[in-house]
Design a protein around this ligand. Structure first.
Ligand SMILES: [Zn+2]
Length: 249
């Protein structure tokens, strides 16, 4: 498994918690030396246009710094998706996150929908047909859901009252789904017991990673990639990402 990462992701491009200083460093500290890192290129405007309106692209471009980092994040997701298609499991350690970005608007610390831009690129090259997206972030990825509603990309965001139920929901959904070309994961870590959601233990992320690996190996030749979404407690974020990747890889 490889980590897709660009040094510019450490830059503070906005004043929201996803953009805060030290957040990427907290994860890097746990992953460096354990995995190979691959540097992506920025997504092109053509890549963005497959998902976003010209109006939306221009509105983000008004802040050139933000635009550059957001294009690098989308490019990181593209790279992770391409590697997954080539048989290399990959994780995009990217920011800003993307799942609250719709075609024409965005909120919740998101600007471009990274996972959607990546999947649209694969589809434009007719590499994939149907997709299953698991989003285990605390928050519902309204952007991803809006972009893909009614199509061949299925979006799944589990909700539960406790961690056992949460993990079970994912396992059950994986039992029901089959015939997808790739499994894509919006990996947000803000549902951790010491983060905003207060629900999942660090070990639960390893279990979720295991379930994804098993489902992908059974259904889509193991093709899977994840991208970072939320996760705001720098004191636990790194070990949660590490636990997830131990199962996922
Ligand atoms: Zn979130």
């Amino acid at each position: 498994m490889k980590i897709v990462y660009h040094p510019r992701y450490t830059e503070v491009y906005a004043s929201d918690p996803a953009a805060s200083g030290g957040r990427m460093e907290a994860i890097l500290k746990e992953l460096e030396g354990k995995y190979d890192f691959v540097e992506p290129q920025a997504a092109s405007e053509d890549d963005l246009k497959r998902i976003h309106s010209q109006y939306h692209i221009e509105s983000i471009r008004r802040d050139r710094h933000l635009y550059d980092i957001a294009c690098l994040a989308a490019g990181g997701a593209i790279k992770a998706a391409q590697m997954a298609m080539e048989g290399e499991v990959s994780f995009g350690l990217i920011r800003p996150p993307g799942h609250h970005a719709s075609s024409d608007h965005c909120w919740g610390f998101c600007y471009f929908n990274n996972i959607a831009v990546a999947l649209a690129r694969l589809r434009s090259e007719t590499l994939i047909e149907s997709v299953l997206i698991l989003d285990f972030d605390l928050h519902f990825g309204d952007g991803t859901n809006n972009i893909f509603s009614g199509g061949k990309v299925k979006y799944f965001h589990p909700e539960a009252r406790n961690c056992e139920e949460f993990v079970e929901q994912i396992a059950n959904r994986f039992q029901e789904e089959e015939g997808y070309s790739i499994l894509a994961v919006s990996a947000g870590f803000d549902r951790h017991i010491e983060d905003w959601g207060g629900l999942l233990a660090t070990d639960d992320y390893r279990t979720i990673g295991d379930l994804i690996k098993e489902a992908a190996e059974k259904n889509c030749k193991g093709r899977r990639f994840g991208v970072l979404e939320g996760g705001y407690n720098h004191g636990v974020l790194g070990k949660n990402v590490k636990a997830f990747l131990e199962g996922f890889g």
